[in-house]
Every structure is written in C-alpha cells, then in structure tokens.
Design a binder for this molecule. Structure first.
Ligand code: UT7
Length: 334
C-alpha cells in the first residue's frame, strides 16, 4: 500500500467587514501612512466589531466557507484543531466552541498556541492524524481577533495587527499530494521580546494590571524583526535543501504576513522571485494565526495541482518553521 499523506482538499476564509485604514490610524496615534507602508507594507486591516463577538465568530464562517466548497456537512468533521493566540476564553478551548457553533457533533477539538506559527504547528499536528489512518476529515483553522489584545494608543503595535481566519480540510491521499515535510522550532527565551504580561497564571488579571495596560500585546519590535528575518529565511532554505528542492521547483512561498521586509528577505534567501510570493499584508495586516490560510484562500485560483508550496512562519515564543506542501487542487477544485 502506498504511503498516506494529508492533502489539503478545501480552503475557506473570513475577514470582518470593518476596514481600519492607515488614514484612520493617523487620526488615532502619531503615525503616517508613509511610515506604516514603508516599514511594514500594510495599508489596511480588518477589525471585528460588535459586543460579545470573539475569535470563534471569525473561525466559524471560515470553516463554513470551506465546508460549502468541499460539499460536506459539519457532522462529517472528525477533528478540528484551532490555532489561536486570542482564544474566546482562557478555557474551554475555542475549538470546542467552534464545533458547537458549527454543529460539528461528531468532532473533537483542541487549540494550539504558537502565536504567529500557530497555523503551521496545527497543520503538521493535524496531518499526523491523517497519516496514521485514524481520521479522514481533519479541519485546521487559524483564527485571531488581535484587536482584542491591542492597545490602540500604542503606535508601535496598533498599526500592525488585524482580525481574520482561514481554514483548511485535510484528507488522506495516496498519490503523494499534501503535507510532505516540515521543520518546526521554538525557543522560549524569546518570550521577553513578544508577550502579554498579565492575564495568565503568573500574573492574573487585576485592576492594577488592567490600569497598567498589561493585557495588551507587548512587542520589542527590532529584536523580533532580527530573529524573524534570520530564522524564517534559514528554515525555508533548510526545508528546500533537505528535500532537494531548487528555487525553480518551488511554485509559491506562502509566508506569514508580519512585515513585507521579512517576507522579501525570506524570498531572497530561497532564491525565489517576487512573482512567486503570496502577499496580502497590505489588505489584512498581521492576523497572527490567520495569515497563511488567508494567503492560500486569496491565491487558490492561481494554484495548480502538483505545485510545490513552502509555508513559512515566525512568531512569539519564539516559534518558527516551514512546511513543504504538494498542492492537490487545480484552481481550487478537486
Ligand atoms: O508576527 C509575529 C512576529 N512579529 C514580527 O515579526 C514583527 C517584527 N518587527 C517589525 O516588523 C518591526 O520591528 C516593526 C514594524 C514593529 C517596527 O519597525 P522598525 O523599523 O523596527 O521600527 P523601530 O521599532 O526601530 O522604530 C523606529 C522609529 C522609532 O522612533 P525613534 O526612536 O527612532 O525616534 C519609533 O518610535 O519609528 C517609531 N515608530 C513609529 N513612527 C511612526 C514606531 N512605530 C511607529 C509608527 N509610526 N506606527
């Protein structure tokens, strides 16, 4: 029997309606469209507005879009893994809430926390359940309502992040399509540069922590930038070498959308031209776990069966990694 791989057989995405433009941010903090565009590549981002709405409300429409495209029902899902840094609650897992809202009665679910690398961590984890033969329909959703942990008076972070979600379905394949290889890494010593100070067990939320704004994202941008450039580029080159893939063999780089300068450096290191780089940072900003599946969602019509994709991410933790995917769909269809 030929080896079973986990192929991506459908993609869905969702971004909320509200568009937060650079022009609007210019009125909120001391910044300019020129600074944001030249330093990050971002022009606008989407924000989920509305009382009582959370990350699951971004994930559910993304999964529904994916189910509709594949022509299956929520009851067909066996496992749903949600990558998120902004769960609906500390507990229970957002995956459970998504399953409940979807009516995915036959699925079990759990969350993965790996900041901006969350989607690739979850994708690799999900692929193992398919490869083992235990499950045949695994959903991996990357979703983040970053606006819930952003201080909109802090110009260093509020211009970067946005809200959004993307979902993929993994199914078994015996022709070599799907997740072919991965390299995942982490280094917890990087936590000092990018974290949320309060709200966890080390420093539970209190009036004092809220007054100090410690429930917001803290980022020391420059060191994160340096680590991101080096590690995302290195790990992308490493997975190509490991699998004897030259630049000509790679159809697309699917990079985490944190900063256009980090993406450009990764592509240069891989020897891949800009025409092969998926980019939507200008419209959505950094949606954390959402960036990579939202890229696949945006570009799916341009993807061909057999294309080699290199997915690459770097994020808080630090966490980083790359995944080689042999694309199964032809212009979005099985
Ligand atoms: O996705 C998870 C991982 N995260 C990342 O990969 C993010 C990595 N870091 C970055 O992308 C960049 O470091 C940032 C975009 C966050 C910042 O860009 P930078 O080129 O590293 O700027 P900087 O932090 O070194 O700041 C340069 C200057 C500072 O002013 P002074 O001290 O030189 O006077 C900042 O105060 O730019 C100032 N600045 C701003 N000015 C206008 C910082 N934010 C802004 C702003 N508008 N929004």
């Amino acid at each position: 029997m030929s080896k079973v791989t986990a192929a991506i057989t459908a993609i869905g995405g969702y971004v909320p309606e509200y568009v937060l433009t650079n022009a609007e941010l210019e009125k909120m903090v001391d910044t300019t469209d020129e600074w944001i565009t030249s330093r990050t590549g971002i022009k606008e981002r989407r924000i989920l507005k509305g009382e009582g709405l959370g990350t699951s409300d971004l994930a559910v429409p993304a999964v529904q879009d994916m189910l509709r495209k594949r022509g299956i029902q929520a009851e067909d899902i066996e496992l749903l893994i949600c990558a998120t840094t902004t769960p609906d609650h500390q507990f229970p897992a957002t995956a459970n809430i998504i399953c409940d809202k979807l009516g995915a009665k036959n699925a079990f679910g759990y969350d993965i926390s790996a900041a901006c690398s969350g989607f690739i961590y979850a994708l690799v984890t999900g692929s193992k359940f398919i490869e083992s033969g235990q499950y045949k329909k695994v959903v991996v959703v990357g979703a983040d309502k970053m606006s819930s942990i952003i201080d909109y008076t802090d110009r260093a972070t509020c211009v970067i992040f946005g809200d959004g979600a993307g979902a993929v379905l993994l199914e078994p394949d015996t022709e070599g399509y799907g997740i072919r290889d991965s390299i995942l890494r982490s280094d917890g010593s990087g936590r000092v540069y990018l974290h949320q100070k309060a709200g966890g067990s080390v420093k539970p939320a209190s009036h004092k922590t809220v007054d100090a704004g410690e429930h917001y994202v803290f980022q020391d941008g420059q060191p994160v930038f340096k680590f991101a450039v080096t590690n995302m580029a290195d790990v992308s080159a490493e997975i190509m070498e490991k699998n004897k893939l030259g630049a000509d063999d790679v159809a697309w780089l699917v990079p985490h959308q944190a900063n256009k300068r980090i993406i450009d450096a990764t592509a240069r290191r891989m020897g891949v031209g800009p025409e092969k780089v998926m980019l939507n940072i200008e419209r959505y900003g950094n949606t954390t776990s959402g960036t990579i599946p939202l890229c696949l969602w945006d570009y799916e019509k341009q993807l061909h069966k057999g294309d080699n994709l290199i997915l690459a991410a770097f994020g808080g933790g630090f966490t980083w990694g790359s995944v080689w995917v042999k694309w199964r769909l032809e212009a979005g269809r099985l």
